[in-house]
Design a protein around this ligand. Structure first.
Ligand SMILES: [Zn+2]
Length: 73
């Protein structure tokens, strides 16, 4: 379960939420995979960083045409 979903489940339980945020929050990273999430959906797997795109491969596939990429067979 992702951090976002876990947080959503206990949003109304204040004491639990405070403890959760204190101990289970992901670190703010400067390097590594989690430092560059997809700018569209926030995924951290399969990121295309070439040309400064910063899309995950799924979003890149959907957005590529709008961005001006052409597909040659
Ligand atoms: Zn994405």
């Amino acid at each position: 379960m992702s951090f976002k979903n876990a947080k959503k489940q206990i949003e109304n339980k204040k004491v639990k939420l405070d403890r959760f945020l204190k101990f289970s929050k992901p670190k703010d990273r400067k390097t590594g995979r989690n430092a560059t999430p997809c700018r569209r959906c926030g995924k951290t797997e399969g990121i295309v960083n070439k040309y400064g795109l910063q899309y995950c491969r799924q979003c890149f596939r959907e957005e590529a045409k709008k961005l001006g990429f052409k597909k040659y067979d």
